[in-house]
Design a protein around this ligand. Structure first.
Ligand SMILES: NC(=O)c1ccc[n+]([C@@H]2O[C@H](COP(=O)([O-])OP(=O)(O)OC[C@H]3O[C@@H](n4cnc5c(N)ncnc54)[C@H](O)[C@@H]3O)[C@@H](O)[C@H]2O)c1
Length: 318
């Protein structure tokens, strides 16, 4: 495998930072572009070049002039479904306009491949069949899903117009260390954070909503494979296993020794009742399958948040 120069946008974020680690571990050179709006500088691999900046800014052209990346691995995004419902124009501005800026720079600077972190969880809406495969017609039920779908369309257009090589990866619910327990997205970390603090989690969809969960290290592995495989393809990275929110609650309660109850509430606007997606095309095209089980991944997630809480406590008493 030849060594590349990879620009990872959103490389200070939850998934992006693991992707950066995976690239660096294999000897690639990585430049991280992140505005730190939800990312954390401490998560950025020390061997990566870090540039603080906005994907919408014309100034990021300087990164292309200075480093000539071979690959853009695009993770920077507004990821909050509820925020996208409240402010669809902001969601479109970051996700669509920001991605278009990168696509134009990719073409102008002869980038060899564009890898895009899309969403299987929010693009398909409520599909006619489950698990949803790549043939399902996207019918997003929130602006975030629509903006991601729109970016996919621009990527394919740029491929037709300018011969830009790409792989679109549609993620399920991704979980693992470094996902924020304070955010609005990332139910595993949110539940774990609340339960470790003795607070009551809310189960939207009254506990019956279901999703599939893939560990972040497995998602990073798929990005690594996409450096060499999957050109011109849109690929789901699903586990093909549906887990209800109630099941997730029970699992995490066990790991955190939480004895309290949960509050049940209906789904919020923009959330689908149930979605889980395939992984068979990823197996065929990328040679990928998820390796980390839900229970092992949840344990790593809980251990990470527990360690963070302990660090915070130690900091408070210093
Ligand atoms: N977490 C999931 O379950 C999931 C599921 C499907 C798809 N995805 C996609 O994966 C990608 C990463 O998501 P994540 O969960 O790691 O979220 P995250 O919020 O941890 O990471 C996003 C990163 O992008 C940065 N960012 C946001 N706006 C920016 C801008 N305008 N310019 C530069 N940087 C900016 C943030 O600071 C952050 O570091 C996103 O594209 C998201 O849509 C995530």
């Amino acid at each position: 495998m030849s060594k590349r120069v990879v620009l990872v946008t959103g490389g200070a974020g939850f998934i992006g930072s693991h992707v950066v680690d995976a690239f660096i571990e294999k000897g690639h050179t990585v430049i991280v572009l992140d505005d730190l709006s939800s990312g954390n500088f401490d998560f950025v691999n020390k061997e990566a070049v870090f540039v603080e900046g906005d994907i919408r800014s014309p100034q990021i052209a300087e990164i292309f002039e200075q480093y000539s990346p071979d690959v853009i691995c695009h993770h920077a995004s507004q990821i909050d479904v509820r925020k996208s419902v409240d402010d669809p124009a902001y969601d479109a501005d970051v996700n669509i306009r920001g991605s278009l800026n990168l696509l134009e720079l990719a073409v102008a600077h002869k980038v060899k491949k564009f890898i895009f972190a899309s969403t299987g969880g929010a693009i398909y809406g409520t599909p006619a069949q489950l698990p949803a495969d790549e043939q399902c017609i996207p019918r997003p039920e929130c602006p975030y899903g629509t903006s991601k779908f729109c970016v996919e369309q621009y990527i394919m257009l740029f491929s037709r117009m300018y011969n830009l090589s790409y792989t679109i990866l549609r993620y399920p619910n991704v979980f693992g260390p470094r996902q924020s327990p304070e955010g609005e997205a990332g139910v595993c970390s949110i539940f774990a954070g609340l339960m470790l603090d003795g607070n009551t989690p809310v189960l939207y969809g009254k506990g019956k909503a279901f999703r599939d969960y893939v560990y972040v290290g497995d998602i990073a592995a798929a990005n690594l494979l996409a450096l060499d495989k999957g050109a011109g393809e849109t690929i789901n990275l699903g586990s093909e296993k549906a887990i209800t929110v109630k099941e997730l609650f029970t699992h995490i309660a066990h790991l955190t020794e939480y004895k309290g109850k949960a509050t049940l509430k209906p789904l919020r606007r923009g959330e689908v009742e149930g979605i889980y997606i395939t992984g068979s095309k990823a197996a065929q095209v990328l040679g990928w399958k998820p390796e980390v089980s839900l229970s092992d991944g949840l344990k790593k997630t809980v251990d990470f948040i527990r360690a963070q809480r302990e660090k915070e406590k130690a900091g408070d008493t210093e």
